[in-house]
Design a protein around this ligand. Structure first.
Ligand SMILES: [Zn+2]
Length: 302
């Protein structure tokens, strides 16, 4: 379809009352992708569980070595032996953990999370356009290669952010055992410290899952909206008590994708919704009717 034919078809498809308004803000607020976030967290939890499984497998050996040393009469000689035994055990654990990591295929898991997130976001976008402009969008326009660059970049980012957390966690545990032992801590205390370390690392991975979900949503939304001829959006926060004050100030105001507002008054950093750390804000598209470039669905083509 050439440009004139397309414009004609689009005008026919959009009800006159909306056309004459020239500028229309979307009739609904895009939802934050909670489901994608849950799926990502499931992956990060399962990935971190590999550390726990590995540690559990070797814990009896470490405990036995420590008990053995504590019961020994010649402490100084056996301390050296114990340190070697622990170091050797942790080296085996690292190899075992690496086997588990290789079998897990983090890349494939994150690709699936990303694909599902894209599907959800596209479905929502179509519904939003239908509700606001009364237009049906082409069903398969956004499938296939449309987001492949964004998606692949996002998957790779996610992998490099959490890839090393399990091995780093195991390294930290080795230090806890070594130091704890040298400091004369009890087995119970060492075990408690290990649990605490695992909790910290698991939360770190979960934080990345949350943050990466928002980034995916932001990237897809921006691409979808800009491709459709949308240049501006209305900032929308999630409206709960966790919204930071710098973002609260932006709520309900209209900005341009090419000129994002300051999201951090301390550093002057500028971002579109969802791009800031752990930001759950979304962009409500503002449609300028004359700028629209929507992939029209079959029902609206002439
Ligand atoms: Zn925000």
């Amino acid at each position: 379809m050439d440009k004139d034919a397309y414009n004609g078809a689009l005008k026919q498809a959009i009800p006159r009352r909306i056309r004459e308004a020239k500028t229309v803000t979307a009739a609904a607020v895009p939802k934050y992708p909670e489901q994608t976030q849950r799926e990502y967290k499931r992956v990060s939890d399962a990935y971190m569980k590999l550390v726990q499984e590995t540690f559990k497998e070797y814990a009896p050996r470490i405990k036995a070595a420590i008990r053995n040393e504590q019961e020994s009469s010649k402490r100084n000689d056996s301390l050296f032996d114990l340190q070697r035994a622990i170091a050797d055990t942790f080296q085996e654990m690292r190899d075992r953990l690496q086997e588990r990591i290789d079998a897990f295929d983090l890349l494939a898991h994150l690709r699936k999370v990303g694909e599902n997130g894209k599907k959800l976001s596209t479905k929502q976008w179509k519904r939003l356009v239908k509700r606001t402009l009364g237009v049906d969008l082409l069903d398969d326009y956004y499938s296939g290669a449309f987001f492949s660059t964004e998606l692949e970049q996002w998957v790779n980012d996610g992998v490099s952010l959490i890839k090393t957390i399990p091995q780093d966690s195991l390294d930290a545990m080795e230090n806890i055992v070594m130091d704890g032992f040298v400091d004369g801590k009890s087995l119970t205390d060492i075990q408690r410290d290990i649990q605490a370390q695992y909790g910290i690392d698991k939360r770190h991975a979960a934080f990345i899952a949350r943050d990466q979900t928002a980034k995916l949503n932001a990237a897809i939304t921006e691409r979808q909206q800009k491709d459709a001829g949308v240049r501006r959006y209305k900032w929308s926060t999630s409206g709960d008590e966790r919204v930071r004050s710098d973002h609260k100030k932006l709520d309900g105001r209209v900005f341009s994708y090419d000129d994002p507002p300051v999201v951090d008054s301390r550093t002057g950093r500028r971002c579109n919704p969802g791009q800031d750390y752990n930001c759950r804000c979304v962009a409500i598209p503002v449609f300028d009717i004359d700028e629209l470039n929507l992939p029209l669905g079959r029902g609206d083509e002439s």
